[in-house]
Write a protein that binds this ligand. Structure first.
Ligand code: COA
Ligand code: AMP
Length: 636
């Protein structure tokens, strides 16, 4: 077991592992319940565990009503700051409750009831947050889909979640480009087998959407309902489904329950982030990702904080100080973002000139997650911001941090490159491929002993079988994180890489397998492989290798362009798939396994040993040449 030392952290950590029922039962006292749970943890059907069975609760009540009832109605709940539309708007707890209640009533008027699914495909606008909370209020299950995904990805999610309703907007805004959303939605519904009955479209002034009569209505028309009260739901009922990339092209529907999520996120705000009610918290992510769900919407509101909803990029020329302006304007106490944002900022402002321009008196800490944080970026941020920079590690599946520096309990010394220690509730082990525990310092498969703490996914949407197969079968009794890394002699956790085909592009989780499926569907492609290669800003970007079918003699550049377009159309611009090389053959082992790892090492300019099982070592020289043609390795 990890995490031994003598301070408050280790005391709390030990208790959370030795007595999870006592520990989380106590934490649940911070949440408002309609009915107390029968048991803190139901262990009757391993590997399925349920937190707080018998408990009745409402997530929206805990996010809004409870603070208003406690007399904090005039406190800001949500600050919408959108440099791309030159808009700033503050919603108090009272104001947000009012609009969310009306939105909930309007959902009910459309026949949406407890357990129905609602897909939210929206840019970073307040209506997205309002829709999420309104679903929670009536017990409907929301599924937010990131705006950077293309129509087929949205269609897959529609088919899996089978929503009665989709809430969307006419457009998103990417710096100074207007991105029409409605044609993507129409196309997705056309492709999908499960057709939603209705669509609500927020018409933004930048672009008007054309509506399908009888199916579509505007946000204005929709919002005519009377306010609806909170519907008590079981603690174990689903609050949302969030799809995430898996090892195949088919995304996995991560389910979040109501009770465990409420307890874990409420606990995390003070203990992991050191926040107090009334303070301003800013997660500069997107509501389409888990970070956005947990720390733009739910966590800060459960804790009575003010949350910033920022529609924009970290650096928007001519203002590389965009982030510091927001922190300064709104008195942000803690910022949470991905290291990629800092690499982008550093490129524009290497000496921190713009950081110094904005006063940040109440700013206390920077939290980073979403991808491995290179020590250089962490040190640069700390030097210029002059606050502790805290890397922490988590996944869509867990919904909150697995490893981190729980500053509200005790600020542990930072080791750049490590995400500090296991978070209370997570019993972390490092195993070799045969399931044997590895000694400190040795890299292996990072696993978490079951049961996972509250807040983590109880299953995949209507797919218990894949839940067990994907996460729980390789190492029985443990959750397989699919991250590789190690625990050092001090119990610090080092997350090094994924063990599957997932890559992290600008903090966005993507499957190279899904990209390969798209490339393979091109009529001229005989074989292909996609691997993530190092990128100075995005951390990693995908590079494709394509072997054309015999007899294809079109210009290579033409094929590559078509493939780039195809990935954009099928997966979306967020895949950042822009580089591909046409090669004669792919390097393989004698048993036919493509050596993606070796290609990655060549691209990254890292040393490697030629695998003894390689079929034909000469192919590696061809790969090296093709990569050199694309400019890899960089900086050589
Ligand atoms: N709707 C439509 N398109 C979107 C989109 C959205 N919501 N989000 C991104 N895209 C598009 C971008 O415009 C870009 O398109 P392009 O290829 O035509 O230029 C493409 O998807 C790739 O986006 P991204 O990888 O975000 O690159 P970027 O150059 O626009 O921005 C960063 C790079 C680093 C500034 C940005 O990714 C960032 O701020 N990341 C940190 C915060 C974060 O989101 N973390 C996630 C988890 S914590
Ligand atoms: P997502 O589900 O999109 O949050 O992505 C989860 C994955 O991102 C993890 O499995 C890791 O591979 C990676 N990740 C997230 N945070 C960190 C971190 N702090 N350090 C290293 N990798 C991280």
């Amino acid at each position: 077991m990890a995490g031994m030392s003598g301070g408050r952290y280790s005391e709390v950590y030990r208790r959370s592992i030795e007595d999870p029922e006592g520990f989380w039962g106590e934490a649940a006292g911070a949440v408002s319940w309609y009915r107390r749970w029968d048991r803190v943890l139901d262990r009757a059907k391993p590997p399925f565990y349920r937190w707080f069975p018998g408990g009745m609760v409402n997530t929206c009540y805990n996010a809004l009503d409870r603070h208003v009832e406690a007399g904090h109605g005039s406190r800001p709940a949500l600050i919408y700051d959108s440099p791309v539309t030159s808009t700033k708007k503050t919603f108090t707890y009272h104001g947000l409750l009012d609009i969310v209640s009306r939105c909930a009533g309007s959902l009910s008027d459309l026949g949406i009831t407890k357990g129905d699914r609602v897909i939210i495909y929206m840019p970073m606008v307040p209506e997205a947050v309002i829709s999420m909370l309104a679903c929670a209020r009536i017990g409907a299950i929301h599924s937010v889909v990131f705006g950077g995904f293309a129509a087929p990805e949205l269609a897959t999610r529609i088919d899996d979640a089978k929503p009665k309703l989709v809430i969307s907007a006419s457009c998103g805004i990417e710096v100074n480009r207007v991105i029409p959303y409605k044609p993507l939605l129409d196309k997705a519904i056309e492709i999908a087998r499960a057709k939603p009955e209705r669509c609500v479209i927020l018409e933004r002034p930048q672009l008007e959407a054309s509506l399908v009569p009888g199916r579509d209505m505007t946000w204005e028309e929709f919002m005519a309902g009377d306010p609806a009260a909170c519907v008590p739901v079981a603690a174990t009922d689903p609050l949302y489904i969030l799809y995430t990339s898996g090892t195949t092209g088919i995304p996995k529907g991560v389910v979040r329950d109501n009770g465990g999520h409420l307890v874990a996120l409420t606990w995390s705000m003070k203990n992991i982030y050191g926040m107090d009610p009334g303070e301003v918290y800013w997660a500069a992510s997107d509501i389409g990702w888990v970070v956005g769900h947990s720390y733009i919407v739910y966590g800060p509101l459960f804790h009575g904080c003010t949350s910033v909803l920022y529609e924009g990029k970290p650096v928007s020329t001519p203002d590389p100080g965009a982030f510091w302006r927001v922190i300064s304007d709104h008195g942000v106490a803690a910022l949470f973002t991905a290291p990629t944002a800092f690499r982008a900022i550093r490129r524009e402002d290497p000496e921190g000139e713009y950081i110094r321009k904005y006063p940040r008196s109440g700013f206390r800490r920077l939290f980073l997650a979403g991808e491995r944080c290179d020590p250089d970026t962490l040190l640069w941020a700390g030097k210029h911001l002059r606050v502790p920079v805290i890397d922490h590690w988590w996944q869509t599946e867990t919904g909150w941090a697995i490893g981190g520096n729980p500053v509200g309990l005790e600020m542990l010394p930072v080791k750049p490159g490590s995400c500090t220690k296991p978070v209370p509730g997570y019993d972390i082990h490092v195993l070799d491929n045969e399931g044997r525990e590895l000694p400190p310092g040795q890299i292996g498969n990072i696993v978490v002993r079951l049961p996972l703490p509250p807040g983590c996914f109880p299953t995949l949407w209507q797919n218990d079988r894949d839940f067990v197969k994907t996460y729980l079968s390789e190492y029985p009794g443990f959750y397989e994180t699919a991250d590789a890394g190690y625990l050092d002699v001090d119990g610090y956790l080092w997350i090094m890489s994924r063990t599957d085909d997932i890559i992290n592009v600008a903090g966005h989780r993507l499957s190279t397998g899904a990209m390969e499926e798209v490339l393979a569907s091109h009529p001229d492609v005989a074989e292909c492989a996609v691997t993530g290669v190092k990128d100075p800003i995005k951390g990693e970007i995908p590079v494709g290798f394509i072997v054309p079918k015999a007899g294809v003699n079109r210009p290579e550049g033409e094929i590559v362009l078509e493939l780039v377009r195809l990935v954009r159309e099928r997966i979306g611009p967020v895949a950042s798939f822009k580089l591909a090389a046409v090669v004669k053959r792919l390097p393989k082992t004698r048993s036919g396994k493509i050596l993606r790892g070796t290609m990655k090492k060549i691209a990254d300019g890292e040393p490697f040993t030629v695998p003894p099982t390689i079929d034909d070592p000469a192919i590696l020289d061809e790969i090296r040449e093709s990569l050199a043609g694309l400019g890899y390795p960089k900086g050589r």
